[in-house]
Unconditional design. Structure first.
Length: 135
């Protein structure tokens, strides 16, 4: 094989890859909201426990939990998942207690998640979601 082909084959592990994420968030509040949760990242055959925060800042009334699952794109290493996420495009769309969101952090990692909310919350907002690997 040509040296350029061998180099390209050896470079593939460092290339951006996809993973899977699942997390549960409990949100609540009256006037000012709070939210936190836990989850898992499944990436390159390993599972990483996650801590979730920063959900539901702003005016809220109620209490709810939501389970989300989805894809993680543009990971080079598991630690790239860490950061604060902002909505991409239309952000969160809700229908019949379900929600779909596309979010991105400063490292370019994208989450495409869908979930189902249990309970009542007047305001649902995943923009500002903070994710870190539990250590």
């Amino acid at each position: 094989m040509a040296p350029a082909v061998l180099t390209a084959m050896n470079a593939s592990p460092a290339a951006a890859a996809s993973g899977r994420i699942e997390f549960r968030v409990v949100r609540g509040g009256f006037i000012l909201g709070f939210g936190s949760g836990t989850g898992s990242l499944f990436f390159r055959g390993d599972r990483y426990n996650l801590k979730i925060g920063g959900v539901s800042l702003g005016a809220t009334i109620g209490l709810a939990s939501a389970d989300f699952v989805g894809r993680v794109r543009n990971l080079r290493r598991a630690s790239d998942i860490e950061g604060t996420y902002r909505a991409v495009g239309a952000g969160l769309a809700a229908a019949g207690g379900g929600a779909v969101a596309r979010l991105r952090n400063s490292r370019g990692v994208e989450l495409e998640v869908s979930g189902k909310q249990i309970g009542f919350m007047a305001s649902v907002d995943l923009s500002g979601l903070r994710v870190r690997i539990a250590r």
